[in-house]
Design a protein around this ligand. Structure first.
Ligand code: KG4
Ligand code: ZN
Length: 337
């Protein structure tokens, strides 16, 4: 089955073509315009998607060396995300599906991230515990099988990616902040300052990241420029330590409680080098199998959307033009069009 995927939920315009588990093309344009504002400006994102969506789809088709008539189905992110940005991709795919007389499916973005990991593996075994960590989400999800999800924990406030981005902004680093902090932390001392790990003693699987950001703000208040310059790497390493360790503690505890041997991570923060290294260590010590996503499928991309869409389409699920017949998912967002 050949599927075209389109992703326009935030600041990446991406199009991909897959045949089964083989990625024929996956082109991504990251909108540079937002970096000067230190975060994504929704209206600018929508306008950039409008300009980019057709050229990106043409590019993906060309790289895959296929014609539109070779497509068996289409998939598009329908939420969660910036509404104006999502509308560009959804309306484009609806129009193309109508013109080609092919089925299309609206894909939940988080489900897309999950399938970005599955797409990275030669073989994938269920049940699996997924740690989903992105700019908008921090969730622990149990998957019994394909398309079967149970959310066991989520964040009460900020997402971990947001904590990275906002922390980086407070430290005067660029956007997105996660990769900046990750890079700096490599040369820093993670024990330099004990930033808080919220809900560490809580028995459940909820997360909270707003306190971490506030603690950095408070910490920086009486520090002068030269101190900051001297210890920037140490502060980044300590901040990242707090952000990452709590994810690992809760994930390993959930794996024990629910007797799950397979652990997987998904979303932009899954690219974090410390998190990957520490999870590998923990899984080795605790006899768990770890599925790490390829770096190219961590941050937003359309191949993951195409792969999630393919799973629905080959099981007979598709969206109607009004999206009313969209299958009811455990992870379904509240966004409707
Ligand atoms: O999944 P994604 O591309 O977009 C959303 O769905 O939100 O995730 C973006 C997030 C940003 O917050 C970014 O700072 C973070 O992923 N990120 C990282 C790293 N690379 C991207 N966070 C920590 N370390 C990284 N290496
Ligand atoms: Zn994402």
């Amino acid at each position: 089955m050949v599927v075209l995927g389109v992703e326009t939920s935030c600041d990446e315009t991406s199009a991909a073509v897959i045949r089964g588990d083989t990625v024929l093309s996956n082109v991504i344009s990251s909108q540079e315009i937002h970096s000067r504002f230190g975060g994504v400006v929704p209206e600018l994102a929508s306008r950039a998607h409008i300009r980019l969506v057709v050229p990106m789809v043409r590019e993906a088709m060309k790289e895959a060396q296929l014609d539109f008539t070779d497509l068996d189905g289409l998939a598009v992110t329908h939420g969660p995300g910036l509404v104006g940005a999502l509308l560009v991709g959804v309306n484009f795919i609806k129009g193309l599906a109508l013109a080609l007389d092919r089925p299309f499916i609206g894909v939940n973005h988080i489900e897309g991230h999950i399938y970005g990991n599955i797409l990275s593996q030669q073989t994938f075994e269920f049940p699996v515990l997924f740690l989903i960590i992105s700019g908008g989400h921090t969730q622990l999800v149990l998957m019994k099988d394909h398309l079967q999800y149970k959310i066991i924990g989520t964040t009460r406030d900020d997402a971990v990616g947001e904590a990275f981005d906002k922390g980086a902004k407070l430290l005067g680093l660029g956007y997105p902040g996660g990769p900046e902090i990750d890079k700096r932390a490599l040369n820093g001392d993670s024990t330099f300052y004990p930033f808080p790990q919220a809900l560490a003693r809580d028995k459940g699987y909820e997360f909270s990241y707003s306190g971490l950001k506030t603690s950095l703000l408070t910490y920086l208040q009486d520090k002068d420029k030269s101190f900051l310059q001297e210890h920037l790497d140490d502060i980044c390493a300590s901040y990242q330590f707090a952000a990452v360790e709590i994810l690992i503690k809760k994930t390993m505890r959930a794996a024990r409680e629910f007797h799950i041997n397979n652990i997987a991570i998904a979303g932009g923060v899954a690219a974090n080098s410390r998190l990957r290294k520490r999870l590998e260590e923990e899984c080795r010590h605790n006899n768990r199998h770890l599925y790490l996503p390829d770096m190219q499928f961590c941050t937003d991309n359309a191949a993951m959307i195409a792969r999630a869409g393919l799973e629905y389409l080959r099981n007979g699920f598709y969206s109607e033009q009004n999206l009313n017949a969209y299958p009811s998912l455990a992870l379904q967002s509240v966004t409707t069009f």
